[in-house]
Design a protein around this ligand. Structure first.
Ligand code: HEM
Ligand SMILES: *[C@@H]1O[C@H](CO)[C@@H](O)[C@H](O)[C@H]1NC(C)=O
Ligand SMILES: *[C@@H]1O[C@H](CO)[C@@H](O)[C@H](O)[C@H]1NC(C)=O
Ligand SMILES: *[C@@H]1O[C@H](CO)[C@@H](O)[C@H](O)[C@H]1NC(C)=O
Ligand SMILES: *[C@@H]1O[C@H](CO)[C@@H](O)[C@H](O)[C@H]1NC(C)=O
Ligand SMILES: CC(=O)N[C@H]1CO[C@H](CO)[C@@H](O)[C@@H]1O
Length: 330
């Protein structure tokens, strides 16, 4: 008898505990939830995945571009698709700012949006499409999969001037990186983990040539970078070259693996912001730990931090709108 009462009490407590955890989880998700469209547009995620998979299987180099686009969206005004808006006669949008130079892949977002508008007009936001496409693109190239809670709404403002004040620069040191991430609610672990996004993709020369030619204005090089690597990079990037591209994880820039941390630990991180991960004890320890794929927690950590990043400053409920076309407000 007594043990039955106990077990009943236990299950009541358990249900209450679960409820509290679920509520906490919802609060954490800032009003987003998994499967937000499960009744309003049940095939939304499947359609998104199908179109993204088609594009990325054909052109895998779009995967890093879409991941970076999601990052740029979230860091400027939150994940509300402001990065997708075109400039207008009266407004220079985020797309017009320098760091967007290599943003690309807008046509994939537009293709998904067109298909979803056909299926369920006015229901699925561009912000959710971008978050889902970035996730699906990374998983097509065998990167980690993460759950994407949905329910984001689209913003109506996009200002080029806000890009430079909200995105971290490749020249940032650890102090600047920490404060940039902290201002978005991301901690030092998120910083070292999300920097691992540089395991895929490319950079243009101007993002790092200051380290090769005139680091402190004396025609010098960055002493924190492997000097042999500097010599190699100088061969690729002559002064003033704005078009040549360089892999951030040479030889493995299409594979989502732990190599980025090996590269950084060898003082071959391409940007000062990558190199900065060696200057803080916590991030340095993470770099050293992850560079051996065996026992690495990077893929799981990346998934967790992406879920956090995807919740920065989201608009939910009645805020914002559901755009009909992702490149312009309704
Ligand atoms: C920590 C601060 C960060 C800085 C300073 C930074 C800076 C940069 C720069 C300068 C480029 C090269 C752009 C070009 O020259 O074409 C780049 C590329 C890239 N970044 Fe970051 N980034 C940061 C964090 C992130 C995060 C959090 C992600 C995603 C989780 C990310 C994903 C990427 C990807 C995938 C590329 C390659 C894009 C392509 O292949 O076109 N980055 N980043
Ligand atoms: C980081 O950069 C800022 C701005 O240039 C500078 O004030 C600060 O001293 C630097 N911090 C470190 C630890 O180098
Ligand atoms: C290096 O930078 C200094 C200071 O900004 C400048 O005066 C000099 O002309 C630069 N040298 C080269 C080779 O660009
Ligand atoms: C960082 O690590 C170094 C070397 O292990 C140690 O001397 C230093 O006290 C550590 N700094 C902090 C802030 O923990
Ligand atoms: C936004 O700009 C792109 C590229 O210039 C263009 O293809 C697209 O049609 C524009 N969108 C709108 C709504 O004008
Ligand atoms: C995709 C896009 O709109 N790129 C623009 C980024 O900003 C530069 C100017 O800094 C424009 O020339 C590009 O068209």
């Amino acid at each position: 008898m007594k043990s039955m009462a106990n077990s009943k009490l236990f299950s009541v407590l358990f249900i209450q505990l679960t409820l509290v955890l679920v509520l906490l989880d919802l609060a954490n998700a800032q009003g987003l939830k998994l499967g937000f469209y499960s009744s309003s547009c049940p095939s939304a995620e499947a359609i998104t995945k199908k179109i993204t998979t088609n594009f990325i299987s054909h052109t895998p180099s779009f995967a890093p571009k879409l991941l970076r686009m999601h990052f740029h969206d979230c860091f400027v005004r939150g994940c509300e698709a402001s990065v997708l808006l075109n400039s207008t006669t009266n407004n220079q949008a985020e797309k017009a700012a320098i760091p967007n130079l290599s943003l690309n892949g807008f046509q994939i977002i537009d293709a998904v949006k067109a298909a979803l508008e056909k299926k369920c007009p006015g229901v699925v936001s561009c912000a959710d499409i971008l978050a889902l496409v970035a996730r699906d693109a990374v998983s097509v190239i065998k990167g980690p999969f993460w759950p994407v809670p949905t329910g984001r709404r689209d913003g109506r403002i996009s200002l080029a001037s806000e890009v430079l004040t909200n995105l971290p620069f490749p020249t940032f040191n650890m102090t600047q990186l920490k404060s940039s991430f902290a201002s978005k609610g991301l901690n030092v672990k998120d910083l070292v983990v999300l920097s691992g996004g540089h395991t895929i993709g490319i950079s243009h020369c101007p993002s790092f040539t200051n380290r090769l030619y005139n680091f402190t204005g004396k025609g010098d090089t960055d002493p924190t970078m492997d000097q042999n690597y500097i010599a190699q990079l100088k061969k690729k990037c002559k002064p003033g070259d704005t078009t040549t591209i360089v892999e951030m994880d040479p030889g493995s820039s299409k594979i989502f693996d732990t190599d980025y941390y090996t590269v950084v630990s060898k003082r071959r991180g391409l940007f000062q912001s990558d190199a900065a991960l060696l200057t803080d004890n916590t991030t340095n320890a993470y770099v050293q730990l992850q560079k051996t794929p065996k026992g690495s927690t990077f893929l799981k950590d990346f998934a967790d931090s992406m879920v956090k990043m995807g919740q920065i400053g989201v608009l939910t409920g009645n805020s914002g709108e559901i755009r009909k076309i992702c490149s312009r407000i309704n």
